[in-house]
Design a protein around this ligand. Structure first.
Ligand code: UD1
Length: 417
């Protein structure tokens, strides 16, 4: 169990940049299975979750080479269509391999995926989507066996715009004979990145970024090189880290269009923001103001930023109300923030945060990826020393976060064990 020791009270200052997107890299890496050739990916964040995707690719028979942020995948000779259970348990995104393997072979065996404990996180929408595409699904001893002679293109209307289900249906249908339409599709930027990647690989998909995606099946794909988009949640995390410490930074390599709801909330809380094409300057006010947050599917305020911004609201002037509309159990980290002096009340999917002047360093436990990052940020602002334990959660999703923050003047020590 590794931990971060944070000496709080240092204002962040200087320049940093945003790494490649975790949530775009993971489905794109899974999608490489569909290409019976070479996929070269650039700007892939060097984190635990992308490493796990590489392990799954290798277990399927792909040859994978990684050099810093470049990953080269040779999927010409895949020999298996079963995803090993111990790798499925490591992360939620392992489930996206199901669509890719189905699309290539018409058969896949997998088990229920693991991932952060932020709610029940079923995969019923993924499986309903596969069934609509003519796939027969059998469940036996925790394994899910999906099989079809041929994927049958159709129209699929999702009950909820699930990011993962949208991605899985896209991947399962790109090699089908005919046109598949996803209605009420997720509109997240990562879906656009997946579409752009697949089209560069020879697929014919349009509509990503809107709520209707049309996939015209093609008979073959081709070798591809692709540069992954910047991580919008990391961008938001670095901006909020600056705000919570009363700092002032320049953030580079950012896609501003992806983070408008985050920028708007930072402005509402009193931060001065200047936008350039791929850069943001942020200057925190003397005292942040309380703001209300409601998480929504994109283009609403992202659920992955809910815990991050909550850390900031704990020391803002006034009372903030957060409503979490996506996941039913995403407030565990608030109990840890209370140990640092935060004044918080949870009522169902609403959290009420009464801002206080200071948080105080103590020992806290990361309970999930973004909740863990929220504790790290609280530690940056707190008086004294904060010890965040269980940071494996944070290392899953952020590339060199402690190094980036230390380069901006933070004092964070990574204790590996
Ligand atoms: C993705 C992101 C995650 C983000 C989430 C919502 C990745 C790797 N992860 O997760 O960081 O927090 O989108 O923006 O991209 N649901 C069902 N049945 C299903 C699928 C989902 O009920 O079959 C529910 C979930 O329980 C949740 C909601 O739909 O309440 C949203 O889930 P979904 O959009 O699928 O999130 P993920 O793809 O898992």
């Amino acid at each position: 169990m590794s931990s971060y020791i944070i000496e709080g009270g240092k204002k962040l200052q200087g320049e940093t940049f945003v790494s490649g997107s975790k949530n775009a890299s993971l489905p794109i890496m899974a999608a490489s299975v569909l290409n019976r050739g070479i996929t070269k990916l650039y700007n892939v964040p060097n984190i635990h979750d992308t490493q796990m995707m590489i392990e799954i690719l290798k277990s399927l028979g792909c040859k994978v080479k990684k050099n810093q942020n470049k990953v080269v995948i040779d999927s010409s000779n895949i020999s298996k269509f079963e995803i090993p259970e111990h790798l499925m348990r490591q992360m939620r995104s392992s489930v996206i391999f199901a669509g890719a393997i189905l699309g290539r072979y018409g058969k896949v065996i997998f088990s229920y995926p693991g991932g952060c404990d932020i709610g029940s996180r079923p995969i019923d929408l993924h499986l309903k989507g596969f069934e609509k595409l003519g796939v027969t699904i059998n469940k036996s001893f925790g394994k899910i066996i999906c099989e079809t002679e041929e994927i049958k293109p159709t129209e699929i209307s999702l009950d909820f715009p699930s990011v993962g289900a949208t991605e899985n249906i896209m991947l399962a249908s790109i090699l089908a004979k005919g046109t598949t339409k996803i209605i009420n599709a997720a509109m997240e930027p990562e879906i656009i990145d997946l579409q752009n990647f697949l089209n560069k690989m020879g697929a014919k998909i349009q509509g990503a970024g809107s709520n209707i995606i049309t996939i015209q099946g093609v008979s073959r794909l081709k070798d591809v090189s692709y540069n992954i988009m910047p991580d919008r949640i990391e961008a938001g995390t670095l901006l909020v880290a600056t705000a919570i410490t009363g700092g002032e930074i320049k953030l580079k390599k950012v896609n501003i269009n992806h983070i408008i709801p985050i920028i708007d909330k930072l402005i509402e809380s009193g931060c001065k923001i200047q936008l350039r094409e791929h850069e943001i300057d942020i200057k925190a006010p003397k005292r942040l103001k309380a703001v209300d947050i409601k998480t929504m599917p994109y283009p609403g305020f992202p659920t992955d930023m809910q815990s991050i911004i909550a850390a900031m609201l704990c020391i803002a002037n006034g009372t903030s109300v957060i409503v979490e509309n996506i996941f039913e159990n995403r407030y565990k980290y608030l109990t840890e923030l209370q140990k640092m002096g935060a004044k918080v009340k949870i009522e169902g999917k609403t959290a009420i945060i009464k801002g206080c002047k200071k948080l105080y360093g103590t020992k806290v436990q990361a309970t999930d990826l973004r909740g863990g990052a929220s504790l790290l940020l609280a530690g940056l602002a707190a008086k004294g020393t904060t010890n965040v334990e269980n940071i494996e959660y944070i290392l899953r999703g952020y590339e060199n976060l402690n190094d980036k923050l230390n380069n901006l003047g933070a004092e964070i020590y990574l204790i590996k064990s």
